[in-house]
Design a protein around this ligand. Sequence first.
Ligand code: BDR
Ligand code: CA
Length: 385
Amino acid sequence: MSPSNSFTRRQFVNTSTAAVFVSNLAGILSFPQLPARNGAAAQSRVIIDTDPGVDDAFALLLAMRSPELKIEAITPVAGNVPLDLTLPNALRMVEIAGRTDIPVAAGAKTPLTRRLVTAAYAHGENGLGGAVFPEPKTKPVDEPAAELICRIARKYPGEVTLITIGPLTNIAAALAVDSNLAGNIRGLVMMGGSLSGGNITPAAEFNIYVDPEAGRMVFQSGIPITMVGLDVTRKTTLTEEHFKQLSSGKSAVSQAAAKIARNAIDHTRSLGFLVGPNMHDSLAVTAFLDPSILTFENYYVDVEVKGELTAGQTLGYSPTSGDLRRTPEKQKQAESRMVVRGSAPTLAGTKDSPVIRDRWVPNARVAVNLDSSRFFDLLIARLSS
Ligand code: BDR
Ligand code: CA
């Protein structure tokens, strides 16, 4: 099924029984695309929300080496490591790329309602796989991340795409600060979630696992979402060959990327993994830069927030499942008749129906496949040129 624009934000909101922060969203739910470039002037405004993080560091460098992007802000959040490491790590990347013109604003120290669980086991205690860089001289701006996001979105209504590559706490906080935020944002491209099992629990992908409540708010916000999850990012393994290509580049960015790659590959091998690390977050940036590298399907995605074993799981509802094929006419009927079901009502509860939405309306296009070679061609070329 190809991405369709046949539903509006209002349709999505009207069928939502759980939407909390959505108000007057009336635009067509279409997914952000880069404008056609007629010379260097055509740039897309983005804010990058991140928890660096080995693959975040690569993603930030890739974004800062991409002339198509006008990066309005970088907003670190606690995730892979605590905020007192993700914030300076983001500032280090900005300095390495020579882009200290980009405002970096401190985000949330903890998830909305949970204790922080980090992934230092995978990213090393310093978040960069053990690669050491000098203390940054650049300071973050005074404004908190959530407020900066709202202010930039208000200044450029309909123009800003959020690229989120960490837990979604900052975005949820921003939605809470400004009830018009969802309507002002052009779209959100996230590394997060999975429709094929997790990486921190069997059910959940790390970014959504850390703050499932924030994830749920974002999926229910009405912002057109592009979900780049483990279904595709598992196929982005960094190799020795990539390291060699990066280390032969002369620029500060290439050398820094090579240093992080060396440390991260060694760290991953020391844990007993034969391959890895994966460049999850760079794939989300790439999905915005060149969506033709991936293929997408439309889903209604919701997040499990209650499960004792499954909190943070992303569930994708679609009338097209597995090998079931229908004629276009029957497919249309199936889409119009499908309801969204949750768990069966309990005897003790007040709910008497499992239906949580009376109509299936997609809120996300989900990446389901990619061309790994084209992805790495783009990533390595931009980092090492
Ligand atoms: C995601 O979790 C983090 O560890 C990575 O930086 C990436 O954003 C992958 O599940
Ligand atoms: Ca990340």
